[in-house]
Design a protein around this ligand. Structure first.
Ligand SMILES: Nc1ncnc2c1ncn2[C@@H]1O[C@H](COP(=O)(O)OP(=O)(O)OP(=O)(O)O)[C@@H](O)[C@H]1O
Ligand SMILES: [Mg+2]
Length: 224
């Protein structure tokens, strides 16, 4: 599903080149559950943004879903993202003036896929995540864990093949964080490919494969 060949990424501050990813080689197959770890600044988010088609590498080759990504138009990339990838972030990024149900329906507006009965599907997802009684609440009327569940439902509404979560438990207490990881476990059991970035070694055991990034390269890659 994901093939990265010698991926390098630099940021440029004026004239100065700041190398962040220094040659990442990585293959992730359908159905994997990968935990990505590494100290702050090691390049985890940079790598997730490349995998998620939100940013482009400076060097190297990326194949996503059997398609070479390099040189594709931004519009094509946006279509691929919308069709294949669901994103979950630390800060949830729900729209404050919309209800839980409306937030989950946002990606439908941009969708190329024909999702049948989206409202029913959104309700079903929220119900599955224990939020049946909360669908008309605004984000401010929900706990952090509930907001993250709404964000995960939103990531799933288009039926993505891949779920990318960058520190999804970073803003939650450890019990709630565990519940969120249980949810990713469940989604993986259902056949979705999941990649989760976390700082917390206690959460690493939820995944089947652990990849550690150190100073822009992969320093560990272990599968259970
Ligand atoms: N747009 C940018 N311009 C310049 N430097 C950047 C940019 N984005 C990230 N960086 C730098 O790249 C390095 C890696 O950042 P990245 O966000 O990938 O780290 P991370 O592993 O996700 O860290 P954290 O655990 O704190 O989220 C950092 O030193 C950061 O300052
Ligand atoms: Mg990060």
């Amino acid at each position: 599903m994901i093939i990265l060949k010698n991926i390098k990424k630099s940021y440029f501050i004026g004239e100065r080149e700041l190398p962040i990813l220094k040659g990442i080689n990585l293959e992730i197959a359908r159905g994997e559950f990968v935990i990505l770890m590494g100290v702050s600044g090691s390049g985890k988010t940079t790598l997730m943004n490349i995998i998620g088609l939100l940013d482009k590498q400076t060097e190297g080759e990326y194949r996503f879903m059997d398609t070479p990504i390099d040189g594709l138009e931004d519009e094509t990339l946006a279509m691929m993202r919308n069709k294949h990838i669901g994103f979950v972030f630390q800060q949830f990024f729900l729209l404050p003036y919309l209800t839980a149900l409306e937030n989950v329906l946002i990606p439908i507006v941009y969708s190329q896929k024909q999702i049948k009965h989206p409202r029913e599907k959104a309700k079903q997802l929220l119900g599955k995540f224990g939020l049946a009684e909360r669908i008309h609440n605004k984000p401010s009327q929900l706990s952090g864990g509930e907001q993250q569940r709404v964000a995960i439902a939103r990531a799933l509404i288009n039926d993505p093949d891949l779920i990318l979560a960058d520190e999804p438990t970073g803003a939650l207490d450890s019990k709630t964080g565990n519940e969120i990881m249980e949810l990713f476990h469940l989604l993986n059991e259902e056949g979705r490919t999941v990649i989760v970035v976390t700082h917390d070694p206690k959460l690493a055991s939820f995944g089947k494969r652990l990849i550690r990034i150190e100073d822009g390269t992969i320093s560990e890659d272990t599968t259970d």
